[in-house]
Write a protein that binds this ligand. Structure first.
Ligand code: TXA
Ligand code: MG
Length: 348
């Protein structure tokens, strides 16, 4: 006898049924909570649904989507058993369900070519969020789902962010509160088993993957300047940007942050380390969990009509690597506190 976890709130059951109807009968796209960020989900096998995803978020058509599954059988149906290598199986055993996306060679005829946007591989993830898993299981649909922000905006970590960006363009958002991770999944390629590469850093860290696989795992920072054709096509676009200018302070000190703030009139500070707010600024204290709060903080500070958002950088390792990847991509300006002269160079 197996006890099956149940969603007990009747409103939740109705919402799943309604979401399933939108996905299957209507081939529509909906807002879906995952443990990383909210996704904009449609049936990955439907060319119509996939075209609606690109249209709703105004996403460039050369940027491929991640397909979400909720079982190994579903993955096998998508890519074929032979495509799942021992290295895939090792990382899947360690991190699925969870914030890790893996690339597999495409299996001809299963998905519309628009999902993969001309790539030879398809990106697949098995999310941990109970609502995402339940919807995939109930609907029977592998779900293509990019982050549910309008293209270029910070990813949504609350249902209200999705409503703000996509109201009038999609019929439904399933609201499950704030996303626990707050940053998108790690995208990993193990196509060359001896040289696994992280194409986008995320919740599962490079250090964790190196330990699991027992070989060095490389990490593409994804900067525009790195390559004309980055391995993860999405990383070439400017991203995650609020309306305000984002200024990242690397090797951050309280003195350096105060000096940068003094150059602007209405300043918001995304505080990750300093114990006190800079006087005269709009302060978002994200010290308890900077990664989880990053995108919410960028949107919240924007809503307070600041002209500039000064972000206190984190150490560029472990989960800080994903944080720094995102804020650098959002930044108009990157300041190294060590390079500031005069009083600002004094560490506190
Ligand atoms: O956590 C996440 O991954 C969220 C949630 C909703 O699951 N989804 C997400 O999707 O962040 P999106 O579309 O915003 O980002 C997908 C990234 C892009 O940088 C895209 O270029 C890359 O994955 N990608 C997708 N398919 C790929 C492929 N076949 N080869 C290389 N990169 C790929
Ligand atoms: Mg995205």
């Amino acid at each position: 006898l197996n006890a099956v976890p149940a969603i007990t709130d009747p409103r939740g059951v109705v919402a799943l049924q309604e979401a399933t109807r939108w996905l299957t009968t209507e081939q529509q796209v909906i807002g879906l909570p995952t443990e990383t960020v909210y996704g904009l989900a449609g049936d990955a096998r439907s060319a119509l649904a996939v075209s609606r995803i690109f249209a709703a978020k105004r996403r460039p058509s050369d940027n491929p989507l991640i397909v979400h599954v909720a079982s190994l059988t579903m993955l096998e149906d998508l890519v074929g058993k032979a495509a799942i290598t021992p290295v895939h199986r090792r990382v899947m055993a360690a991190y699925w369900p969870g914030p890790l996306t893996l690339l597999f060679p495409i299996r001809a005829g299963v998905l519309p070519p628009t999902v993969t946007a001309g790539q030879p591989t398809v990106a697949v993830r098995f999310p941990a969020h109970p609502v995402a898993r339940a919807l995939i299981a109930v609907s029977g649909c592998p779900l293509a789902a990019p982050s549910a922000n309008a293209s270029g905006r910070p990813s949504p970590t609350l249902a209200s962010h999705v409503v703000r960006d996509l109201d009038g363009r999609i019929p439904l958002v399933l609201d499950a509160g704030q996303c626990a991770c707050g940053l998108e999944s790690t995208v990993l390629s193990v196509q060359d088993a001896a040289r696994p590469v992280v194409l986008r850093p995320g919740g599962v860290t490079v250090e964790q993957l190196t330990a699991t696989l027992g070989v060095d795992v490389a990490c593409h920072s994804g900067h525009v300047a790195d390559a004309a054709t980055p391995a993860a096509p999405g990383m070439k676009y400017r991203h995650y940007s609020p309306r305000a200018r984002v200024i990242v302070v690397e090797n951050s000190t309280a003195t350096a942050v105060a000096a940068v703030c003094s150059r602007h009139s209405r300043v918001g500070v995304l505080r990750t380390v300093s114990p006190v707010a800079v006087p005269g600024t709009v302060d978002f204290d994200a010290r308890a969990d900077p990664v989880k709060e990053l995108f919410r903080a960028l949107r919240w500070l924007d809503d307070h009509s600041v002209d500039a958002i000064v972000v206190e950088g984190m150490d560029d390792a472990h989960v800080g690597r994903a944080f720094m990847n995102r804020v650098r991509k959002a930044a108009s300006e990157i300041v190294d506190a060590r390079a500031l002269t005069g009083a600002a160079a004094v560490a506190v």
